[in-house]
Ligand binder design. Structure first.
Ligand code: ASP
Length: 342
């Protein structure tokens, strides 16, 4: 494995397969049936300079479930970057305190710059519109797990990516990760001006995948295996783009779209958060409770996958099974009130 996890570009197919296998071994711990302490004594530095709920908390929880402890800082206001400290200095300072560092930052390339100043493993928790490699790994893990349940295979899968494909870093990482696998069909549907960057489309096509770009969801998608929809990343819009922008309802993934245009077992995924404000027209809540809606299984999968990333970067993955004990506290059988029984 490379020393840091900054971009999907640094991962080979073998690295990815290894991480997914380690993640599967983390399931009993992530599902709160067993406890391990393999990272007892280790400290994670969680540095988040952009809004986050899932990524920050799940990296934190994953490290704690391996027995480690976490120190974190959120936003520029309460960090020394507000006093003009460079990424280089912050990186060196944090390296003296922590055994692994997760960083999210609004500028593309910033996490790589930070990582260049340290030998402590750094994980990119999202660098502006750049990448979000751990999200892509958990997305792939989710697809793989759901496909196993449905008796499907990645080879020849048809994946539809929709929403803000220009600024959505999760889809940038995911499309590259998927392209490491057997040839697939990828359909990209974006509103005008928010299309997938052409270098990514070219890269995936050059690896033998069938890529098609469309501008509407009003089509026959009955052979689509996964609909991966994303939020419009308005925080990355220029003032000019923001003015008067509103996402047409035609781009909304909802029950009518799924029942009317997709297959009976088409999965719906979203990196979340979904924008539930009126007129946002993001993924509709009318699919809540529908077993095809995999979004919360997807967020749950963030724990074993992020545990696997830590265990691999900190080289304890061979020790996991030596150290297991049963959980002693109460854990509900089903976590969410609308969780489908699968
Ligand atoms: N949580 C994801 C990210 O940080 C997706 C999003 O914000 O829309 O990129």
């Amino acid at each position: 494995m490379p020393p840091h996890l900054l971009s999907v570009d640094s991962l080979s197919r073998d690295h990815v397969d290894h991480l997914l296998r380690v993640a599967a071994r983390m399931e009993p711990i992530a599902q709160r049936r067993q406890v391990t302490r393999v990272l007892e004594g280790a400290v994670l530095g969680n540095l988040f300079f952009e809004a986050s709920t899932r990524t920050r908390v799940s990296f934190n929880a994953a490290f704690c479930r391996l027995g480690g402890s976490v120190c974190d800082t959120t936003g520029f206001t309460f960090s020394s970057m507000a006093k003009g400290e460079s990424l280089y200095d912050t990186s060196r300072v944090m390296s003296g305190y922590c055994d692994a560092i997760v960083m999210r930052h609004p500028e593309q390339g910033s996490v790589a710059e930070f990582a260049a100043a340290t030998h402590v493993p750094v994980i990119n928790g999202g660098d502006g519109p750049g990448e979000h490699p751990s999200q892509a790994l958990l997305d792939l893990y989710t697809i793989d797990k759901e496909f196993t349940r449905l008796g499907k295979q990645l080879a020849d899968a048809h994946v539809l990516l929709t929403g803000d494909l220009k600024y959505g870093r999760t889809v940038h990482s995911l499309i590259k990760l998927l392209s490491l696998y057997a040839p697939m069909r990828l359909t990209l549907v974006a509103p005008p001006g928010l299309e997938m960057p052409s270098h990514l489309v070219d890269l995936v096509a050059s690896r033998g995948h069938r890529v098609e770009q469309r501008d509407s969801l009003a089509d026959d998608y009955s052979d689509v295996d996964v609909v991966y929809t994303t939020r419009i990343q308005k925080e990355r819009f220029t003032a000019e783009m923001s003015e008067g922008f509103s996402l047409s309802r035609d781009f909304t993934v909802d029950r009518a779209f799924l029942d009317g245009r997709c297959g009976r077992d088409t999965l719906v995924m979203h990196p979340l958060p979904r924008d539930s404000r009126p007129d946002a027209n993001d993924l509709d809540v009318d699919l809540n409770g529908d077993p095809r809606l995999a979004i919360f299984r997807q967020t749950d999968n963030g724990i074993p996958v992020r545990m696997a990333i830590f265990a691999t970067l900190l080289q304890v993955e061979s020790l996991i099974e030596q150290d297991l004990r049963p959980v002693r506290w109460f854990v509900p059988k089903r976590l969410g009130v609308d969780d489908a029984a699968l």
